[in-house]
Design a protein around this ligand. Structure first.
Ligand SMILES: Cc1cc2nc3c(=O)[nH]c(=O)nc-3n(C[C@H](O)[C@H](O)[C@H](O)COP(=O)(O)O)c2cc1C
Length: 347
C-alpha cells in the first residue's frame, strides 16, 4: 500500500475528468515522484481499461483512479427540460447545433466502470460526491489499494472515516472543478482550504490530503503545516505540456488572468468553479436541470466550442489561484515544486 511519506514530492495531481488527465500527464507525475490521477467519472469501462493499460506501459509509479458517486435522479418533468433548453437557446446557439433532451441512464454504472480497476489494480482509488459501498471498499482493500474520498466539511469527513476509507481529500472553496459536497443544495459549509485542512486534521485520525488553490511549494508547505500529508493540485497542472486540457482552456488560464472564477451550476447542474465566460454569464439566474442531466444537455454545445477553440462556451474549470499557473513540463513543475518546498525548510 502506498505511503504518502514515501513520495519524493508530496503531491497528488488532481483527477480531472473530461479528457484532461491523459496517460501522458498521469505517468509524468508518477515518474516525477508524485501520484498521477485519472478522472474517469464519465468514461466507459473499455476506455478506463485502455487508459490503465497505457499508463502501466509508461510508469511503475503510483496511479490514482477517480470516480464520481453519481446521485440517482428521476427524469425531470417535460416543462423543466423545455425551460432549460430554452435558456440555452437564448444564448444564440451556432447554426446546425441541435439540443437533445437527455434520456436515462443519466450516468455510467459504477460497478461496470470498476471492472477494469479490479483487473489493473491502481495503487489508489478515490471518489467524489460521496462514499462508495462497503463492498467496493472491501474489494479495494483486499487488492491492496488505498481508498480516498473528498470532503468539504467535518460531517462528511467523519462519515468517510467511519466508512473505512484510508484518507480524506479536504477540498476547500478555492478549488477548481466540481465541489465534492455530498448534499450540495442544502448543506455547504463554505470553508477555505487551509481552515478545512486544519479542522479535519485536528478531528480525524486518517490522513488528510489538502486541495484547493495550492500552486507552489510554498502553498504545499502551508497545507502540510495545517496538518495535511500531501497536496492535491489540479489547476497547477492544467497548462503542462502533457495536460489534455483544450487549447482555449490553457489560453484562458495563461492569458485571461483578470477574469474572476465563479461557482456555477450552468454546465452540469452541480456547483463547480471555473473562469467566468459568456456561457456562465448568459445562464446566470436561468433554470438548469439537475446534475448530471444538465451535463448531458450542454454536452453538444461544449463539444462544439472545443472543436472551434471557443473559450466562451466550454467549461474552463480552474481554482481561484489560476493566475499563478505555470506553463512547463510535468517534470519541470514537479522539480520546481520540490525545490520551493525544500526552501521552506523541513518536509
Ligand atoms: C479541470 C478540473 C477538473 C476536475 N475534475 C475532477 C474530477 O474528475 N474528480 C475529482 O475528484 N476532482 C476533480 N477536480 C477537483 C480537484 O480534485 C481538486 O479539488 C482541485 O483541482 C483543487 O483545486 P485547484 O484546481 O485550485 O488545485 C477537478 C478540478 C479541475 C481544475
Amino acid at each position: 500500500m502506498i505511503d504518502f511519506s514515501s513520495l519524493a514530492v508530496p503531491v497528488i495531481q488532481a483527477p480531472m475528468a473530461g479528457g484532461i488527465s491523459t496517460p501522458r500527464l498521469v505517468s509524468a507525475v508518477s515518474n516525477s515522484g508524485g501520484i498521477g490521477s485519472f478522472g474517469f467519472a464519465y468514461d466507459s469501462a473499455q476506455k478506463i481499461g485502455e487508459s490503465l493499460a497505457a499508463v502501466r506501459a509508461m510508469t511503475r509509479g503510483p496511479v490514482n483512479a477517480n470516480f464520481f458517486i453519481f446521485p440517482t435522479v428521476s427524469p425531470p418533468k417535460d416543462g423543466a427540460v423545455a425551460q432549460a433548453m430554452q435558456a440555452l437557446d437564448s444564448l444564440g446557439l451556432p447554426q446546425g447545433l441541435a439540443l437533445v433532451a437527455p434520456q436515462p441512464p443519466y450516468a455510467p454504472d459504477l460497478s461496470q466502470q470498476l471492472l477494469p480497476i479490479w483487473e489493473h489494480r491502481p495503487a489508489v482509488l478515490t471518489f467524489h460526491f460521496g462514499i462508495p459501498s462497503a463492498g467496493v471498499m472491501d474489494r479495494a482493500h483486499a487488492l491492496q489499494m488505498r481508498v480516498g474520498v473528498t470532503a468539504t466539511q467535518l460531517s462528511e469527513a467523519q462519515m468517510i472515516e467511519r466508512s473505512g476509507a484510508d484518507f480524506i481529500v479536504a477540498q476547500g472553496l478555492e478549488a477548481g472543478g466540481h465541489r465534492g459536497t455530498f448534499e450540495p443544495d442544502t448543506n455547504d459549509a463554505v470553508l477555505d482550504t487551509l481552515t478545512l485542512t486544519r479542522l479535519l486534521s485536528s478531528r480525524c485520525s486518517i490522513p488528510i490530503v489538502s486541495a484547493g488553490g495550492l500552486m507552489s511549494g510554498g502553498d504545499i508547505r502551508k497545507a502540510l503545516d495545517a496538518g495535511a500529508v500531501a497536496a492535491q493540485m489540479g489547476t497547477a497542472f492544467l497548462c503542462c505540456e502533457e495536460s489534455g486540457a483544450s487549447t482555449a482552456h490553457k489560453e484562458y488560464i495563461l492569458g485571461q488572468r483578470d477574469r474572476p472564477t465563479v461557482l456555477t451550476r450552468a454546465f452540469s447542474g452541480r456547483l463547480a468553479r471555473g473562469i467566468e465566460n459568456a456561457f456562465i454569464r448568459g445562464l446566470s439566474g436561468e433554470p438548469v436541470l439537475p446534475f448530471p442531466v444538465q451535463n448531458s444537455l450542454t454536452a453538444p454545445l461544449r463539444q462544439w466550442a472545443a472543436r472551434e477553440n471557443n473559450g466562451e462556451f466550454q467549461s474552463l474549470w480552474a481554482g481561484t489561484a489560476f493566475g499563478r499557473a505555470r506553463q512547463m513540463s510535468v517534470s519541470d513543475l514537479m522539480r520546481t515544486l520540490g525545490e520551493e518546498l525544500a526552501q521552506t525548510g523541513r518536509r
